[in-house]
Design a protein around this ligand. Sequence first.
Ligand SMILES: [Zn+2]
Length: 290
Amino acid sequence: MPEGDVVHRTAKRLDQALAGRVLTRTDLRWPSLATVDLRGRRVLEVVSAGKHLLTRIEGTDDAAPVTLHSHLKMEGSWHIHRTGEPWGARGRRREEHGVRAVLENHEWTAVGHLLAMLDLVPTAEECTLVGHLGPDLLGADWDPAMAERNLRSRPERPIGDALLDQTLLAGVGTFYMAEALFVRGVWPWTPVGDVPDLPGLLDVLHKMLKLNAERVPQTTTGDTRPGRSQWVHGRSGRPCRRCGTRILVEPIGTAPRDRVAFYCPRCQPRTGTADRTGTAGMGSARVRRR
Ligand SMILES: [Zn+2]
């Protein structure tokens, strides 16, 4: 799933192609938006908020400024093509039936594939879409103190689960959760209140996302070579890069929203009285148990 850094980069690319230019064609293939036509209106900017993408479009004499909101979830993506050139020109032709949105100006065409959400709201009401988000790790107004307060509001909650809660802080998915907890040596089921240095953990997360928002390919180890770019995520059953112990993966969180946490049982020792409560009976084919 794309995390905050990927969404941030996508917003930047869309902004470069669309901002300041007048839309010459819009095609929103979404039941509630099928009749929307934004031709003739200028795109003001494209920004990310956590894992949400917001395309802000100017108003007209008789219509308020609007925001097109999209979310990539598991499979969504935005691609940019030169207007008039075939969308599949750069390699493999993408399936036309996966197209959910087309925003075109004289120079560039932005095509949204398999988007998980598409909404159009007056810009003044954006908060109805993203107002529930906690401080954005990649936002200009990133507020680590507020993120820490939000996390501490439920001190008994497993830290790995709390970090994925976008209402507490926005931008972290299972990848950065696992990688940052490994770097800090924190067992993912440690209660928030028992994490030794919460500001330090938030600092690592912030640095990881920030670095990767500016650069491709994504890496948390500093090594961009294939197969060496991450510590634990996606590496279950393989040896820990630090100690050689087999990496494990187990469900974390409460069904039906449970996700998985990869970790090294030696570098991230279980601490305190914590237990993996709430994870029983939620096996998944992807999950390997000890
Ligand atoms: Zn280890």
